[in-house]
Design a binder for this molecule. Structure first.
Ligand code: ZN
Length: 189
């Protein structure tokens, strides 16, 4: 009986992790100042998904055009890539960071629109649906000495437009919490 429960639990964790990786977790609506953090833990691995309106990170949501916009865009991408500085997970190594944004996709679609009109439905939607844009960032940490029981995040220090972050941790149990400028520590276990 006990074994069956453990098996069910581990299958559940595995399922949740792949759900996280493939973006099947329900994403909240785009609201400026708010963001979402989904963290999945499995053995010595931590997967982090950070979802935020571009406004919180860039200060604007259009395709960067001026020199100042482009400088800000590059700065934001550089900061987002440094997962080991945004999430202070001592004894863990950052193995991977991927950044996706409708702004990056829009730039790509625009490059080809004059040559090719049959842009796919998805690209068309992201380019013309509305004037809002989001960032989705994925990090993978490997923790050879085990996953620490808590992590401090410097997201609020780096991004002044961020007011609150809804956190879901999927590990042996599910932990939900909300971070803000005064609360920047996430319990993982
Ligand atoms: Zn917006």
């Amino acid at each position: 009986m006990r074994q069956q429960t453990l098996l069910a639990l581990s299958m559940c964790v595995l399922g949740m992790n792949s759900a996280l990786a493939e973006g099947f977790i329900e994403h909240k609506q785009h609201q400026h100042g708010q963001a979402q953090l989904n963290i999945a833990i499995e053995k010595n691995e931590i997967e982090v998904e950070f979802l935020s309106p571009a406004m919180n990170l860039l200060g604007f949501e259009y395709k960067p055009s001026s020199t100042e916009d482009k400088r800000q865009f590059v700065k934001t991408l550089t900061t987002l890539r440094k997962g080991e500085e945004l999430f202070l997970l001592k004894s863990c190594q950052l193995k991977e960071s991927d950044i996706h944004s409708t702004l990056i996709e829009t730039a790509h679609v625009d490059d080809h629109s004059s040559h090719k009109r049959d842009v796919s439905e998805h690209d068309h939607d992201s380019a013309h649906k509305d004037n809002h844009s989001d960032f989705s960032v994925h990090y993978h940490f490997h923790c050879p000495d085990g996953v620490p029981d808590r992590v401090q995040t410097d997201l609020f220090m780096e991004f002044s437009g961020l007011e609150s972050v809804a956190v879901t941790v999927l590990g042996e149990k599910q932990i939900r919490s909300t971070l803000n400028r005064k609360k920047n520590v996430i319990n993982l276990l």
